[in-house]
Design a protein around this ligand. Structure first.
Ligand code: ATP
Ligand code: MG
Ligand code: MG
Length: 386
């Protein structure tokens, strides 16, 4: 499809699914990840992968030597090196180093979006215990303490229950480089994937509902069961968010949002500068998957149709549970009997509790049929982890 070779910083499940899409189109990919048999490398026949951390300057330079375009499957990468490569002009960096740098610091990301008029939960920078205590007085309880850097799957968040809990929260997050956020009483969490090509072509996927348990995404329903006005509002917020990013940001972006309990206010939670868990359903349910559209975007190829091919779809994450691999494999085996279900396993070597090991997509003719099929699988997952 294209002569350009893509280098991906990070070789986890998102890289693996990017490679699935790349392989089908005969696009060459190289991966930078410290694990030699990482999920992405397992399904790639190329030998020029780099087995080093994606934070290492020399490793990023080594990867860049093999590639025409660099992209990421994780935002916690070395942006100084990416910026140097970008400035040298030898290799394209998509999305840009500036965009990744902005998004990887969740506090700077908020400042940037707030300055551009996006609606966000109230927040303040929080570097001292005194400020954290004051946040409780200003925001009330509960409120959320969050790490600015390195956050994922809620690791880096602490819900402060009351005044006596502030010290514990502050200390457990390392007490530095934090911000505090007002707790949002939301009805639903929503998300939209948006892809953008260098020349400006933009496409967006449907508004979906995400369900988080213990801060980790558990389920995604597509399309979200919301009224038309809310759908339009969420779509506008997502498009405004991505279009205000610096450097004409290129690639795919996931925009996470809260639908406030007032029933109409949509607030931005955060952006992911990459493919996203809330877009996994697109592989089975949309004409072009998020993975393929990301590849197309970074290669500057025409973006594909993002519409749903089915009336309703869901995605269920398969996490490591109390019974190790049985917690993962038993529900996958059971879902072989569920019509419309497709299993994705990521090939991770260990099934640690709470680790994302795979996901199951379900498609259906109606929201009701979807719910029945999804509930069956969710029940199996719950039983397998007891
Ligand atoms: P991700 O894995 O999506 O990158 P993360 O570690 O960056 O997650 P957040 O997205 O900030 O964490 O928060 C994870 C989840 O915690 C949210 O999806 C939501 O369910 C809950 N949450 C976060 N902030 C708030 C808030 N201010 N009010 C209520 N719930 C919140
Ligand atoms: Mg995050
Ligand atoms: Mg999040």
């Amino acid at each position: 499809m294209d002569r350009q070779v893509i280098g991906i910083l990070g070789g986890g499940q998102l890289g693996r699914m990017l490679i699935e899409a790349a392989n089908r189109m005969n696009i060459q990919v190289r991966v930078l990840d410290p694990t030699e048999k990482s999920p992405a490398k397992q399904i790639s026949n190329f030998t020029q992968h780099v087995n080093e951390p994606f934070t290492s300057s020399t490793a990023i330079r080594a990867l860049a030597k093999e590639c025409d375009v660099l992209t990421v499957e994780i935002e916690h990468v070395n942006c100084d090196e990416l910026e140097a490569i970008e400035e040298s002009g030898a290799v394209k960096v998509r999305p840009s180093a500036g965009t990744i740098r902005l998004i990887q610091d969740k506090y700077l990301q908020k400042e940037y979006l707030a300055e551009r008029g996006l609606s966000l939960p109230e927040y303040i920078k929080c570097d001292t215990l005194e400020v954290a205590r004051n946040a409780g007085r200003v925001f009330g309880y509960p409120f959320v303490l969050k790490c600015r850097l390195g956050a994922y799957d809620g690791r880096g968040n602490y819900v402060v229950k009351d005044e006596s809990d502030v010290d514990a929260g502050f200390k457990s997050l390392g007490g530095d480089m934090l911000y505090a956020e007002k707790f949002v009483p939301f009805i639903k969490e929503l998300a939209v994937m948006v892809a953008r090509r260098p020349g400006g072509q933009v496409v967006s996927y449907p508004v979906v509902e995400t369900v988080q348990r213990d801060n980790i995404c558990e389920l995604v329903y597509a399309p979200a069961q919301i009224d038309g006005q809310v759908r339009e509002a969420a779509m506008k917020v997502a498009m405004d968010t991505v279009s205000c990013l610096p450097d004409g940001s290129t690639g795919i972006f996931g925009v996470e949002m809260f639908l406030h309990k007032d029933g109409h206010t949509v607030l931005v939670n955060e952006i992911a500068p990459r493919t996203h868990n809330s877009g996994h359903y697109t592989t089975e349910a949309c004409s072009t998957s998020q993975f393929e559209n990301h590849l197309r975007a970074v290669l500057d190829l025409p973006l594909g149709d993002t519409s749903l091919k089915v009336p309703a779809a869901a995605m269920i994450n398969v996490l490591g549970g109390a019974n190790g691999f049985s917690s993962v494999l038993d529900p996958c085996l059971a879902s072989l009997n569920v019509p419309g279900a497709t299993i994705h396993l990521y090939g991770k070597a260990e099934a640690k509790v709470g680790r994302k090991m795979g996901h199951i997509t379900v498609v259906a003719d109606s929201a009701l049929q979807l719910r029945r099929r999804t509930d069956l699988i969710v029940g199996k997952l719950a039983n397998a982890s007891q």
